[in-house]
Ligand binder design. Structure first.
Ligand code: AMP
Ligand code: MG
Length: 349
């Protein structure tokens, strides 16, 4: 299959790209689309044959459920049951954070095929804030299933060229909407009624909407380290211990003194701020050093650049190991650390 890439750099080009994408979605095809998080591989969420093409192109195992993107807040009821005891909380959340990078896991309706949710009774839903995605979602006016547009387990794509590297020849169209504004996949939460006025928010995946952003609306419970996740157990489909993995082995350090270079090996450094005083730059004669947030040490900037730089490091020849500096465990830093841990677990294969 020939993979076409279309631009959205003028209003006319955008109109043509939207039409082409919507036509393909209607005909049960997949299309790679830009979102504010990472590029997604989209298909009609109500059409199991179309959804199956997502799994096939990504080589994604059927136990890893897809996120469903809505054309509007009011279409939530088509794909999800909103429990009465959580309705006010959910309404507040979607009015605050949608469109945006917050996925909410809710009981699914019969409209959503089991393939989308990997047989789970729940569905993850969100609304993208990307201008081009929004146009396509509104014109299509149906729920769109869209996981990240990478081969299963690999580095998420934050540009059209990264999608091309991952899926060229496997999908008919990539809509180029520029580099992704957030660069990290959406935050995923599940709500649970508590005895107090605020519900529990179980954070299933850390992301651009941070625990700090959410805590005004609920009591935060972080779930990424539970045992089911560590063991890749089927109770936690999708929440795999290994993900985002480069082909080169990757190691996340907790402190500079953990690193003892082996003679003859070539190391690349993924640095947080690229500052000597952090203690990592001088550890060895790095074959390459890439900096997540040059100088200023701003976590959102690090988030935007994270997958792009990881992909760049993974493309270097003759690197034996990628060494990652830790980033602060706050704000978007929590999402970066979660991904670095998973990248380290699955790297080098
Ligand atoms: P991706 O869109 O590639 O980032 O993958 C979507 C991820 O969303 C999956 O890997 C799961 O971790 C998560 N997810 C989707 N649906 C559900 C659900 N119903 N329950 C829990 N997690 C989900
Ligand atoms: Mg993914």
């Amino acid at each position: 299959m020939l993979t076409e890439i279309v631009q959205t750099d003028t209003p006319e080009a955008t109109r043509a790209a939207v039409n082409q994408a919507v036509t393909l979605l209607h005909s049960g095809e997949t299309v790679a689309l830009p979102t504010e998080t990472v590029y997604g591989l989209a298909a009609d969420a109500t059409n199991p044959v179309a959804v199956a093409k997502i799994f096939e192109a990504k080589e994604r195992p059927a136990f890893d459920p897809l996120i469903v993107h809505l054309p509007s807040r009011k279409s939530l009821h088509e794909v999800a049951e909103v429990p009465a005891e959580l309705e006010a909380d959910i309404t507040r959340l979607i009015e605050t954070f949608w469109p945006g990078p917050l996925t909410i896991v809710l009981p699914k309706t019969a409209l959503v095929p089991d393939l989308v949710t990997s047989g789970l009774p729940t569905v993850g839903v969100r609304m993208s804030d990307h201008a081009v995605f929004k146009k396509i979602a509104r014109a299509f006016d149906r729920p769109i299933a869209a996981p990240s547009a990478n081969r299963f387990g690999r580095i998420s794509p934050t540009s059209a060229s990264a999608v091309q590297e991952e899926l060229d020849g496997r999908i008919p169209l990539i809509v180029d909407g520029g580099a992704c504004a957030r660069g990290l996949e959406s935050t995923i939460i599940r709500l649970e009624k508590s005895r107090g006025p605020k519900p529990f928010f179980h954070i299933l995946r850390a992301g651009p909407i941070t625990a700090e952003d959410l805590k005004k609306y609920g009591k935060i419970v972080r779930e990424e380290h539970n045992e089911a996740v560590e063991a890749n157990a089927p109770e936690a489909p999708g929440m795999l211990a290994s993900h985002y993995a480069p082909r080169t082995p990757l190691r996340l350090l907790a402190s500079p003194d953990e690193f003892v270079p082996q003679p003859g090996l070539r190391y690349a450094l993924l640095s947080y701020r690229g500052q000597k005083k952090d203690g990592y730059l001088g550890l060895t004669d790095w074959a390459e050093t890439l900096v997540l947030s040059p100088g200023s040490g701003k976590l959102p900037e690090a988030g935007i650049r994270f997958f792009h730089l990881l992909r760049q490091l993974d493309q270097l020849e003759d690197i034996d190991e990628i060494i990652a500096e830790p980033v602060p465990d706050r704000g978007v830093g929590a999402a970066i650390l979660e991904r670095l841990r998973k990248a380290a677990t699955g790297s080098g294969v």
